[in-house]
Design a protein around this ligand. Structure first.
Ligand SMILES: Nc1ncnc2c1ncn2[C@@H]1O[C@H](COP(=O)(O)OP(=O)(O)OP(=O)(O)O)[C@@H](O)[C@H]1O
Length: 263
């Protein structure tokens, strides 16, 4: 085994994702083969309803896969105790907000839950991880504010800090730039890129910000027509895999600028 293979944070083998309802099985995407290494920033892209959230929920064990395997740090996800999973994956889901009545520091401290005892008492090491997360995301100035006092952009940074405090090798975020203006979308994705490189954590996120993802990510997963393709932005562009991501009557992929343009 070469050193790349021994350092796999997340891998899927012939994964099928979807939903089972009584006798019916709805396949959202199949034959998904992806492999993510430490320090990589990876985006999942695709049109509305393509299955981005379903994929992230399946990779994090919230939704059961239909077929195939997910490996987290080379262990089968299906065989990993859910309590132990929180030490491997931190999850930032925008539709499952913790209470905004907490202070910023209290919310980030929730990231230490997988490690604290039943009373939730924080040790010196927990406090160190919390402070280090606050510093890495550069939110010292708002650490004593209540979360309901924050802008969407500030709150997103707090959620990222909570994921960092959880100290896992993989961070998964579902649409971390929703409700942000163009500057803050770029800011948050650039922050994720910096954190992946500085901490060596693998960061996987779903996004509609394809132009930004093409510039910032090491790899992309494109979901389209119940299939997934995986590769570096360059590989995907060279294979023309972005050309028909959207109906081409309105927007078109421009290879020269590696971005989508209005027709
Ligand atoms: N709990 C569920 N049960 C059954 N079907 C679901 C469930 N959640 C989502 N779906 C269906 O799965 C498909 C993919 O949805 P999903 O939310 O994963 O897409 P998405 O790419 O994240 O979309 P968007 O960009 O709009 O957020 C859709 O057809 C959706 O209706």
């Amino acid at each position: 085994m070469n050193s790349e293979n021994s350092n796999i944070v997340l891998k899927t083998e012939d994964l099928s994702i979807g939903y089972r309802k009584k006798k019916d099985t709805q396949i959202i995407a199949k034959n998904i083969d992806i492999e993510i290494h430490p320090g990589e920033l990876v985006a999942v892209i695709g049109i509305n309803g393509a299955g981005k959230s379903t994929l992230l929920k399946t990779l994090s064990g919230i939704t059961q896969s239909i077929d195939g395997e997910v490996f987290i740090s080379r262990k089968k996800l299906s065989k990993t105790d859910p309590d132990k999973l929180a030490k491997h994956i931190s999850l930032v889901l925008t539709d499952q907000m913790p209470s905004k009545n907490l202070s910023v520091t209290e919310l980030i401290a929730l990231g230490r839950q997988p490690y604290t005892n039943w009373i939730g008492r924080l040790t010196k090491n927990d406090l160190k991880k919390i402070m280090s997360a606050i510093k890495m995301v550069n939110i010292e100035d708002i650490k004593n504010k209540k979360c309901h006092e924050l802008s969407d952009g500030q709150f997103q940074k707090v959620l990222i800090a909570r994921a960092l405090a959880q100290d896992t090798s993989l961070i998964i975020l579902d649409e971390p730039t929703t409700h942000l203006d163009l500057y803050h979308k770029a800011y948050v994705l650039k922050l994720l890129q910096k954190l992946s490189k500085e901490t060596g954590k693998a960061i996987l996120f779903a996004s509609h910000e394809i132009n930004l993802a093409l510039q910032l990510c090491d790899k992309l997963v494109i979901l389209k027509d119940n299939r997934a393709v995986f590769g570096t932005p360059n590989e995907l562009i060279q294979k023309n895999l972005l050309d028909d991501l959207f109906p081409q009557n309105l927007i078109q992929f421009d290879k020269n600028s590696s971005s989508f343009k209005i027709k």
